[in-house]
Design a protein around this ligand. Structure first.
Ligand SMILES: Nc1ncnc2c1ncn2[C@@H]1O[C@H](COP(=O)(O)OP(=O)(O)OP(=O)(O)O)[C@@H](O)[C@H]1O
Ligand SMILES: [Mg+2]
Length: 198
């Protein structure tokens, strides 16, 4: 199957107002795709539908992906485990991968520390790295928001490496600058999702 995501006339209304009105979109596998749109343009609404969190919509879509990872907006707010090691391991379910991620993040010696003690940016990178490690395709809602240059670079590098490993990444951004690493940029505007020349 060449496409990871196929959308045919997908409409989402909230309180009678059309938030999404997407005609036809085909997203190929093994690419980095950016969904660019301003605040309130419907990015999270779109991601929630594609991720299967929101089933209240009209139309259809097909997602060809065995292992989908969804990095929600403000993922940094959902830390719940007792220590950083457990937080990562609860996602990857593999001790050696967990240790590798801890090493890569440079926080191995903090593995018994509470995840609440990480900065918001550090938490976000931790979740993104963990979810990327175990997913075939990844939806990441606003992964770059409020991150400094170093953290952004780390995530961009992870996205590129994941693509080299055959994965597909769809992420959202509200700054055009943050879409530069994408192979394809889709713009969400007035409910329509359209390819944009990058
Ligand atoms: N439960 C709701 N009730 C009413 N309006 C809603 C609801 N959820 C979303 N909306 C509206 O739908 C539109 C799209 O919201 P959405 O959260 O998808 O935007 P977004 O592109 O993700 O924005 P941001 O960049 O701020 O994250 C907004 O105008 C929002 O006010
Ligand atoms: Mg949003």
């Amino acid at each position: 199957m060449k496409y990871m995501l196929e959308i045919n006339n997908l409409i989402k209304k909230i309180n009678g107002k059309k938030i999404l009105d997407i005609d036809n979109i085909f997203i190929e596998k093994n690419k980095i795709i950016a969904v660019y749109g301003l605040n309130g343009s419907g990015k999270t609404t779109f991601f929630n539908i594609v991720a299967g969190v929101d089933e209240n919509f009209i139309g259809s879509y097909n997602l060809h992906c065995e292992k989908l990872g969804y990095i929600v907006q403000f993922v940094e707010n959902i830390v719940c485990k007792r220590n950083i090691f457990s937080e990562i391991n609860s996602i990857v379910k593999n001790i050696s991968i967990t240790e590798e991620i801890l090493q890569k993040l440079g926080i191995y010696e903090r593995k018994d520390d509470s995840p609440f003690n990480l900065s918001d940016g550090e938490k976000r990178v931790m979740f993104i790295k963990s979810v990327l490690a175990v997913s075939e395709c990844i939806l990441a809602d606003e992964p770059f928001a409020n991150l400094d240059k170093k953290s952004k670079e780390m995530i961009k590098k992870s996205f590129k490496e994941s693509k080299e490993n055959g994965k597909t990444i769809i992420y959202s951004a509200n700054r055009i600058h943050d879409t530069k690493i994408a192979d394809i940029v889709l713009e969400l505007k007035n409910g329509k999702l359209k390819k944009r020349d990058n």
